[in-house]
Ligand binder design. Structure first.
Ligand code: SAH
Length: 306
């Protein structure tokens, strides 16, 4: 598939604000697959995600997608990076939406690859809303979100009958320099709190949780680049975590986990960051026999020994 060279001139709008569209026959539209890449370890991709990475015409990806996952994209497939550049500039969301539409109008089958799960703090909804408005066919392929993948590789079960009966996912993103979260909800007992995008606001988050009645001794963890060879885990309490993280010089992306379950890591830590395919390595290596859509069922039956 050869891309129209004009594709990179994003944002050709007509006077009524619509994108200029030369391809009008909707039967020629390509399809957009909004695909979750998981938290980093390529072995955590779904079979469906891997199959799409091997068959798409174009892969549009951003900074959270690990290099190891990108290495699985079929050789020769067009790859378009829309994450932060060295100048720290991210392609604005509406330009990404426009790019996806233009590619689909050209008849390309596009994988829009996002870190973790596209529907968890991934703006996946916004991207497919625009596609839906244009009548462009799309599918969503879920991925393992950071909360699930990173906590597993850090040896921290998010629920445990003795410690936590519920889990709350929240963003810790700073808005106007302050972290404006629902502190009453975040400080309920017998609950694990998972905070995405919270590294910059960590001190403020911990202080607010204490101010809203949580014990300063409540265990808390920050996991850097979980599931990858760069995984680092810092364990502390609400009172100590922020200084420990500064001392450890952690880098993004980092996930914060707060709750009694954090202390289980002492017994349950299993992942050695160098050991990237810890599970698969111990299994006998076989040729990867990826299914096509039509024979997925046969493949699964064969795999489980029927
Ligand atoms: N859609 C993604 C989240 C996007 S928001 C998902 O489902 O995982 C980006 C935030 O996710 C980061 O700031 C960080 O808090 C978290 N994150 C994603 N990958 C991570 C990883 N490998 N290790 C630690 N945190 C991660």
């Amino acid at each position: 598939m050869t891309l129209d060279s004009n594709i990179f001139n994003i944002g050709d709008y007509s006077s009524d604000g619509n994108i200029v569209n030369n391809v009008v026959d909707s039967s020629n539209y390509g399809e957009v697959f909004l695909v979750g890449a998981g938290p980093g370890d390529p072995e955590l991709l779904t079979i469906r995600a891997l199959r799409l990475l091997q068959s798409a015409d174009v892969v549009v990806y951003d900074a959270l997608v690990s290099e190891d996952v990108m290495a699985l994209v079929h050789e020769g497939t067009e790859q378009i990076y829309v994450g932060k550049t060295r100048a720290n500039h991210t392609l604005p969301q509406d330009e990404i939406n426009t790019l996806l539409i233009k590619l689909a109008l050209q008849g390309c089958n596009v994988v829009r690859l996002k870190g973790g799960d596209p529907f968890i703090f991934g703006r996946g909804g916004e991207e497919i809303e625009t596609l839906a408005a244009w009548g462009i066919p799309f599918q969503v392929v879920p991925g393992i979100s950071a909360a699930n993948g990173v906590s597993s590789y850090a040896g921290i079960p998010l629920t445990h009958r003795d410690y936590a009966q519920s889990v709350l996912y929240t963003t810790g993103h700073l808005k106007d320099g302050t972290v404006n979260l629902d502190w009453a909800a975040l400080t309920r007992p017998h609950q694990t709190v998972v905070i995405y995008m919270g590294l910059g606001g960590l001190a403020e988050i911990c202080n607010n949780m204490i101010a809203h009645g949580q014990s300063p001794d409540l265990p808390a963890a920050v996991v850097q680049q979980g599931t990858t060879k760069n995984q680092k885990v810092v364990i502390g309490t609400l009172a100590t975590l922020s200084n420990l993280v500064i001392a450890a010089q952690l880098k993004s992306p980092c996930l914060i986990i707060v709750g009694e379950v954090v202390k289980l890591r002492e017994k349950l830590a299993w992942f050695e960051p160098k050991d990237i395919s810890a599970v698969a390595d111990k299994l006998e290596s076989r040729d990867l026999n990826l299914p096509t859509n039509s024979d997925t069922e046969t493949y699964i039956l064969n795999t489980i020994g029927y």
